[in-house]
Design a binder for this molecule. Structure first.
Ligand code: NAD
Length: 446
């Protein structure tokens, strides 16, 4: 596979893709490593994860530069992402020694529960946030005593390969964390069907998520699915409309809109619609699109020429748009549409820098519009009324909402989707539950 810099179209590397037989060998290695990793003392597992976190922190600039070159992420974002990987490793390094079970009062003896690791966990990663998404699954899975095989997206394996190298240099035993570049339909599909893989964490499109779930069903494999989104940014008339309008571009154009949490449907209460657009339009035109290595750049290119064509297909007659470089690189300008409810641009995940704006009349219609999608991942609510903020937060069918802000992701809080945005949660204090089975043991005192 030729790995391409999406900002320049230069070839960065030539990577050999694993076939089904190589995938089977990786599973065998992970299975062998599991026997000793699960038996490693909790404090030692914790120490190794802390050492891994430290290596990642030391290599943060190298990782950030790799992501900027391979995925076109702005260098500011890529540095944050490398920092997030080490934060997540540190956070879950505290888990092995606090991975408690229960003691439950029963007659005739004592009853205790243990949280047992599952075994070999397959992590299938998309191209939009390669290292962060790998870290969110790998860190808690390893902390719980599982071994992990990461299959990065075909286009973006470079940071994952570097992270595997750093894990080894930090002292993680061979086979505990492997990275297997491969085609989705070959290596990814093999992991999903392999009888010796206990769990798949899949992040990607809802369409492939369905295939993974069907395949995993044959061996009753556990799955966590983090899928697509079409999130709403709801701006009520009583909000700080200027702040909402100034921050709305960042909430949808960050990472060139290739973000499952992108607030790509902007709902604005009718009486402040014109005011919102007055501030929103210059804010969109001001988004700095260009060389992702320049710290002043706010938006880089799309991942590939093919993806750019897909995004272009949604854009007919835009209301307005910003600028982007011409020439080499997969550039696309920040674009704003005002479609109707039946338009594919309003209904489907575009996964590019395209925002759609629509007016609404009252709280009830805002909630109806926000929920009129099969997705339910993220969203924002702008209002100064605390009661409304809480009512609407409870009514919107979505896993991650923010009020008067656009943040969705913190490693200490749970992340995941309602409806067809996924199954299960990552991050937060309970993430190890997704990588363990509860075992109940009764010990007779008679
Ligand atoms: P994708 O579904 O095409 O690919 C994702 C991964 O699955 C890649 O590694 C790919 O090689 C692999 N794959 C493809 N076909 C497969 C198969 N048959 N069996 C096993 N693996 C297979 O998605 P993408 O285009 O890389 O990523 C974009 C999608 O990811 C968007 O829909 C986005 O919303 C979603 N996403 C979701 C989250 C979340 O946390 N909910 C986060 C990031 C991205």
């Amino acid at each position: 596979m030729k790995i391409i810099n999406p900002a320049t179209e230069e070839v960065l590397a030539d990577i050999e893709l694993a076939d089904a037989a190589e995938t089977d060998r990786a599973v065998e290695r992970a299975g062998r490593a599991f026997r000793s990793w699960r038996a490693t003392a909790p404090a030692d597992r914790a120490r190794l994860l802390r050492a891994f976190a430290a290596r990642v922190r030391e290599a943060a600039d190298v990782l950030a530069d790799l992501e900027t070159a391979n995925a076109g992420h702005t260098v500011g974002n890529a540095r944050w992402e490398a920092g997030n990987v080490s934060d997540v490793l540190e956070y879950y390094a505290a888990a092995p020694e606090r991975h408690l079970g229960s003691q439950i009062p029963v007659a005739g003896g004592i009853d205790v529960t243990f949280r047992e690791p599952l075994g070999v966990v397959g992590v299938i990663v998309p191209w939009n946030f390669p290292m962060v998404i790998m870290g969110w699954a790998a860190a808690p899975a390893l902390a719980a005593g599982n071994t992990v095989i990461v299959k990065p997206a075909e286009q973006t394996p470079l940071t994952a390969l570097k992270l595997a190298e750093l894990a080894l240099s930090a002292g993680l035993p061979e086979g505990v964390l492997q990275v297997l570049p491969g085609a989705g339909e070959v290596a990814g599909a093999r992991l999903a069907e392999h009888p010796e893989v206990a769990k798949i964490v899949f992040t990607g499109s809802t369409e492939v998520g369905r295939l993974i779930m069907a395949s995993a069903a044959k061996t009753l494999k556990r799955v966590t699915l983090e899928l697509g989104g079409k999130s709403a940014n709801i701006v009520f008339a009583d909000a700080d409309v200027e702040r909402a309008a100034k921050t709305a571009p960042g909430a949808v154009f960050d990472n060139a809109g290739q973000d499952c949490c992108a607030r790509s449907r902007i709902l604005v209460q009718r009486e402040v619609y014109d005011r919102f657009m007055e501030v929103f339009e210059p804010a969109v035109r001001d988004v700095v699109v260009g060389d992702p290595r320049d710290p002043a750049t706010e938006m880089g290119p799309l991942i590939s020429a093919e993806h750019r064509e897909r995004v272009r297909g949604y854009v007919g007659d835009p209301a307005f748009r910003g600028d982007c470089p011409q020439g080499r690189g997969f550039w696309f300008p920040p674009t704003v549409l005002t479609p109707d409810e039946r338009s594919p641009a309003w209904q489907e995940e575009i996964f590019g820098p395209v925002a759609s704006v629509m007016p609404f009349d009252d709280e009830e219609s805002a909630i109806r519009l926000a929920n009129a999608t099969p997705y339910g991942l993220s969203g924002s609510i702008w209002t100064r009324d605390v009661g409304r903020a809480l009512r609407v937060s409870r009514a919107v069918e979505s896993g991650n909402l923010s009020v008067n802000s656009h943040s969705s992701v913190r490693y200490a809080t749970p992340f995941g989707g309602f409806k067809q945005s996924g199954i299960g949660r990552e991050l937060g204090p309970d993430a190890l539950d997704a990588f363990t089975e509860i075992k109940n043991v009764f010990i007779s005192t008679d």
